[in-house]
Ligand binder design. Structure first.
Ligand code: NDP
Length: 479
């Protein structure tokens, strides 16, 4: 099956007729071809978006909302098909795609389709000066949305939905590794009656198609989710053109466990926050710090529960951990096990590639727990983005706060304690864009989402996203 670019409501082969192989990570086989698009394809997408903008930006909020809610419904109606496609493209268990990825993609359209009808701007009466100021929130024009492979449709729609809700037209590029559901979304957009050119999807490599989007002088805002190095590159390219940027980047998030926590709840959630989606979630708590009073107990229980997590084919209902997204990524993750050993880390569980019967060429790996002696080793500092966690004991609150903050990243943090004062002190001081207390990855789409330090710039989510995708213009009227 060939994936095609979606430009001006139509499906196109890449102009240069150049194609890339798309792999199924569960068996290592090529199962489709995707356009290796060039800057000419991106230019065509830009032209379509530009022509659609005058009409879309003037489309009433009710009408925009109606179309977006229709897209949301159609995503829901296609749940099984989309979940199967996501699982095949990414390697994640089908049940996970059905329970999380696809419902969330539908919610993104529903949420922003509704949010735009509630979005408001401010007015300021200049008392004593007989003037009133009000702020217009105007769409930017043509914007670029670039997303990664770990939560393909979930993150792709997280950007596109607020962008179009706010009246922009979009040139978007999903990860070249997981393009399938973005392609299926384009069919859904046509069925929902999204006007031609409002959303344009160009498939291909980051370094060519993605680069053409970020370099385009008239694509005035870029919303990007991906690795920190790519984010830094995008910032460099975009800066001289004064583009608006929202960068959601990597993480190396602490999971801090105190001895007064609800132990069972913590243990079950820690399995999820360590190995959910094969550990390929930017919010995974990949550095686990456990208070020394319960460290030995935790170690024993954690290894025991992790050893029961079935690694298997994504279509098997009892599979807890599916395939990693690609061969190079599997190799990268495995290389960190060697790095850990060389650094004096002790592999408490896992660490090896797995051959799943019948799918021997798939990219499977054991969930892996590494006990580290110091927080300063590479496995504790660098984002691995796979089913690998480190664990380490701590004694005091001050000590764990210091090591939790001693990384270049600052995306999220998780805290397990029932002590209210400690919760207040620590949530204030943890360097992160999001802190979960006694839970993990509980999302409310109204909340600001993003990181500090090398985890990014800007916030998405709720009205923050609508603010990002609009320009504020103040109007001052003297009367
Ligand atoms: P990458 O940074 O490699 O790629 C992300 C996207 O950017 C892909 O679509 C990629 O295309 C594209 N891209 C690559 N180079 C360029 C370029 N020069 N110009 C424009 N676009 C480019 O990240 P991954 O796909 O490997 O995703 C994993 C990373 O994403 C992890 O670091 C993870 O932490 C982060 N992430 C952050 C989240 C957050 O909200 N903070 C959420 C989820 C993931 P292609 O795939 O074709 O290379």
């Amino acid at each position: 099956m060939n994936i095609q670019n979606y430009i001006n409501g139509n499906f196109h082969n890449p102009i240069q007729d150049d194609w890339l192989d798309n792999y199924n990570p569960s068996n290592g086989e090529v199962y489709s071809q995707i356009p290796n698009s060039s800057s000419e394809d991106v230019e065509n997408a830009y032209i379509a978006a530009k022509s659609a903008f005058p009409s879309w930006s003037q489309t009433t909020l009710d009408e925009r909302s109606r179309i977006m809610l229709k897209i949301s419904e159609l995503i829901e109606a296609n749940l099984d098909r989309l979940a199967e496609a996501e699982s095949k493209d990414n390697g994640k268990p089908i049940w996970l795609a059905k329970a999380v990825d696809i419902p969330r993609a539908s919610s993104n359209f529903r949420f922003f389709g509704n949010a735009i009808t509630q979005f408001a701007s401010e007015s300021h009466e200049s008392v004593g000066q007989q003037a009133i100021n009000y702020t217009l929130r105007q769409p930017i024009g043509v914007v670029g949305c670039i997303s990664p492979w770990n939560l393909p449709l979930y993150l792709f729609t997280w950007k596109i939905a607020p962008a179009i809700a706010a009246g922009n037209c979009v040139v978007a590029k999903p990860s070249e590794v997981t393009p399938m559901t973005a392609f299926l979304l384009s069919e859904i957009c046509n069925e929902a009656g999204l006007p031609k050119g409002v959303l344009n999807i160009v498939h291909g490599l980051g370094t060519t198609a993605g680069q053409a989007i970020i370099e385009h002088p008239d694509i005035k805002a870029i919303s990007f989710t991906g690795g920190t190095a790519t984010g830094a590159h995008i910032a460099k390219v975009a800066a001289p053109m004064f583009k608006k940027l929202s960068l959601e980047l990597g993480g190396k998030n602490p999971n801090i466990i105190f001895d007064d926590c609800d132990y069972e709840d913590m243990l079950i959630t820690t399995i999820r926050s360590s190995f959910g989606n094969q550990g390929q979630i930017c919010l995974c708590g990949s550095r686990i710090f456990v208070q020394d009073t319960i460290y030995e107990q935790f170690k024993k229980d954690f290894v025991n529960v992790v050893s029961k997590q079935k690694v298997g084919h994504p279509s098997a209902p009892d599979t807890k951990i599916g395939a990693l997204v690609s061969k190079p990524h599997l190799e990268k993750v495995l290389s960190y096990v060697d790095i850990a050993k060389a650094e004096g880390g002790k592999v408490l569980y896992g660490g090896k590639q797995i051959k799943v019967e019948g799918y021997e060429n798939g990219y499977y790996m054991e969930p892996t727990i590494i006990e580290v002696q110091t927080d300063e080793c590479r496995v504790n500092q660098e984002e691995i983005f796979g089913p690998v966690v480190t664990i380490m004991p701590f004694t005091t609150e001050d000590e764990v706060l210091q090591i939790a903050n001693k990384v270049k990243y600052g995306l999220s943090a998780t805290l397990w304690t029932n002590d209210l004062k400690r919760t207040m002190r620590m949530t204030n001081q943890l360097q992160a864009g999001m802190v979960w207390v006694n839970t993990w990855l509980m999302r409310d789409l109204r909340t600001p989402f993003g990181g500090v330090k090398d985890s990014g710039v800007g916030r998405e989510g709720g009205f923050e996203a609508l603010r990002f995708f609009t320009e504020a213009k103040n109007v001052c009227i003297k009367y």
